[in-house]
Design a protein around this ligand. Structure first.
Ligand SMILES: [Zn+2]
Length: 114
């Protein structure tokens, strides 16, 4: 049996999309997240699902803000949490790499002048 948390989300294009987070009662750590927007239907990560999974509530237009707390519990220890942590770590590494590139460029520019 599956259970689902569903949120209506206002998109940047002023359309309302349906984000659904589902899990099988026999496999609670395996979440599925779907969205009715075009990007999601093309198999890409859309901002609607990402925002909901990150706990964002600003664009939720359905009357179930309490489900955000339930979702937080669902995410804890799930496959999606692990993948989101990996993504977050990779973004941090990328940011640090950008900073290092900037420092190296500045040093190179300085060496060119002294
Ligand atoms: Zn979407």
């Amino acid at each position: 049996m599956k259970e689902a948390l569903r949120f209506s989300v206002m998109g940047e294009d002023d359309n309302v999309y349906e984000v659904s987070i589902e899990r099988d009662c026999d496999d609670l750590g395996n979440l599925q997240a779907t969205c009715s927007c075009g990007k999601a239907l093309e198999g890409e990560i859309c901002s609607h699902r990402f925002e909901i999974l990150e706990g964002g509530t600003a664009n939720i237009v359905s009357e179930n803000l309490d489900d955000v707390h339930a979702l937080r519990k669902w995410i804890r220890g799930s496959d999606i949490e692990v993948a989101m942590q990996e993504l977050s770590k990779a973004k941090t590494e990328l940011m640090l790499a950008h900073e290092k590139v900037a420092r190296c460029r500045a040093l190179l520019a300085k060496r060119m002048l002294d």
